[in-house]
Ligand binder design. Sequence first.
Ligand code: ADP
Ligand code: MG
Length: 245
Amino acid sequence: EPDGDEQAAWEGAESNPPVVDPPVVDLVEVTRSFPGPPPVTALHPTSLRVHRGEYLSIVGPSGSGKSTLLNLLGLLDRPSTGEYWLDGQPVHRTTERDRTMLRGGLIGFVFQSFHLLPHRTVLENVLLSTMYAPVPRRERLRRTYDALCRVGLEHRLDFKPTTLSGGERQRVAVARAVVTSPQLLLADEPTGNLDSATSEEVLSLFDELHADGLTLLVITHDDEVARRAQRRVRITDGRLTELER
Ligand code: ADP
Ligand code: MG
């Protein structure tokens, strides 16, 4: 018969279900192959969990499968086999249309080449990303201003991206990525176009966002950038290995 503690735990569980906090990312034996010719297995069976608030880097050389993995994580692509649970939702069988919807609400992207609109101001670049938030424009403007304050660019609202330094441009891109309050920030070689001083601007911003509780996943070929993360995973020939601290 159950002992007292077990009984209490059971009753407790019934009256007060445990708070479920699924991993932000849960990849289960995911693969990605390209039919070719020649056929390529870019990602061998891969399982990876990223918990809320983690700062993870994935480091590997060119051709190792980083972009393939990032495209899957960011719902830009779908696995050949395996399961992807994003914030508790099964997204491995979603249609292109569903992925687009989910992406907007759950994921923020930062790219190596910034991808800012050159003819729009800093404010407009970030505001555009709030387009689908079901709130009045005034609220979208407030969120935009907050995001730009967060990255230290409140004095650059009316500037065009072309008049900014590389570090400032990448900070605009970070503001644009976080303005929608994503569950996951994905960065693909975020310092790839920056020198070491401006890289530091972006990396210390990531430290701050992590301290604020954001879940960050940075993909890089640069070991120094990778070491800034709390947890590191190496990718080689489409296979992941967890690295020691
Ligand atoms: P990385 O981003 O680390 O440089 P990728 O993920 O781009 O690596 O590529 C991993 C492997 O998958 C490479 O061998 C690459 O040629 C192959 N690959 C990537 N995308 C495609 C594709 N669309 N079609 C065929 N092969 C691809
Ligand atoms: Mg790549």
